[in-house]
Design a protein around this ligand. Structure first.
Ligand code: NAD
Length: 315
């Protein structure tokens, strides 16, 4: 059934990629009253969890596409996205004219444009719609969604997007969503690492990280990363994701590759990339990405979840 002819809660939504973000987002879609179709990859449990809430679990992305008006994907990166959309039994094989793919993966603009070409040739339409806000915003339906693609198509899909996000912004053509997300990730990663470095120095000088948080929160050094990753993560020594460190490493590498392709120096981002690589190589790849800030603090022998000894004393 073509989405063109359907509006409101009658829209059938396919949802592929039930990970840390995808599962809570798919629950929001179901909660908004949309008949929802999904499939699974390796682990069946998240699909079973969604089935308990009323979703239909099908055998492949192609089957999901055959049953849906709109297919949403949120996968780890380019490779998985291409496999799921363009590969054997992929979305493209089940697609018919008028259907819409909304991809919410953090991937490259190039892959997004390749996918758009392939789907357009089959009569489909594409929105490029990466997200920001993390797993709490995914659960609350308060994500920021940066949308690349046709503005009228966005308006037609807005009701579905509104079940997952609050700030839904049209940022240009297909691929521009990925560009905006890349910029956000460069900044988020740098904010996180400077937090680790600056707090480690502060702690070695005798400042309590909790006190630093309280004071910097209303000072010029503040970034939202402090609210997102000090309580619940760094100040408690908790590393369960959240957002996996290897996914942030992937995002920084996307920015570095773009910089190389365009001959644009990215001096700070290069250092950030090396630190994420080192933190991953040290065994933190599947931990929350905040582990990279603790990795930096470890270089100064500081644990951000401990109150430091008074300045001048030997640790
Ligand atoms: P995740 O690793 O938790 O989940 C990815 C999901 O994709 C897994 O369930 C996996 O089984 C599934 N998958 C992989 N290959 C598949 C395939 N071929 N077919 C079907 N399913 C497949 O990752 P996540 O944290 O949910 O992140 C997903 C995307 O969203 C990434 O691009 C990430 O960079 C981005 N993102 C994550 C966050 C966050 O806080 N976690 C925030 C914003 C954006």
């Amino acid at each position: 059934m073509a989405y063109r002819s359907r509006v409101g809660v009658d829209v059938k939504v396919g949802f592929i990629g039930l990970g840390a973000m995808g599962l809570p987002m798919a629950k929001r879609i179901l909660g908004a009253g949309h008949e929802t179709f999904t499939t699974f990859h390796r682990r069946r449990e998240p699909a079973d969890e969604l089935a308990m809430l009323g979703a239909h679990v099908l055998g492949s992305p192609a089957d999901v596409a055959r049953s849906s008006d709109i297919v949403i994907t949120i996968l780890p990166a380019d490779r998985e996205l291409k496999e799921t959309v363009l590969g054997d039994d992929g979305v493209l094989q089940g697609l018919s004219a008028g259907q819409v793919l909304i991809d919410m993966t953090t991937a490259t603009a190039l892959t997004m444009q390749e996918i758009e070409q392939a789907l357009r040739a089959a009569g489909g339409e594409v929105l490029d719609a990466p997200v920001s806000g993390g797993t709490p915003a995914a659960a609350e339906g308060s994500l920021t969604i940066m949308v690349g693609g046709d503005a009228r198509l966005l308006e037609r899909c807005r009701p579905v997007l509104e079940s997952m996000g609050k700030q839904i912004v049209h940022v240009g053509g297909v691929g521009q969503g990925k560009v905006v997300k890349m910029v956000n990730q460069m900044m988020a990663a740098a904010h996180l690492l400077i937090l680790g470095e600056a707090f480690a120095l502060g702690a070695r000088c005798g400042a309590d990280p909790h006190m630093l948080y309280e004071v910097v929160k209303t000072s010029s050094g503040y970034s939202r990363m402090m609210d997102l990753r000090l309580p619940g993560f760094l100040l408690e020594g908790a590393v369960a994701p959240g957002f996996r460190l290897d996914l942030m490493k992937k995002d920084i590498n996307l920015a570095l590759e773009s910089g190389r392709a365009l001959n644009i120096p990215l001096l700070l981002t290069s250092a950030v990339g090396q630190l994420f690589s080192a933190a991953s190589a040290a065994g933190n790849g599947d931990a929350d990405f905040s582990a990279a800030a603790q990795f930096v603090a470890d270089l100064a022998q500081v644990r951000l979840d401990e109150v430091p000894p008074a300045a001048g004393s030997n640790r």
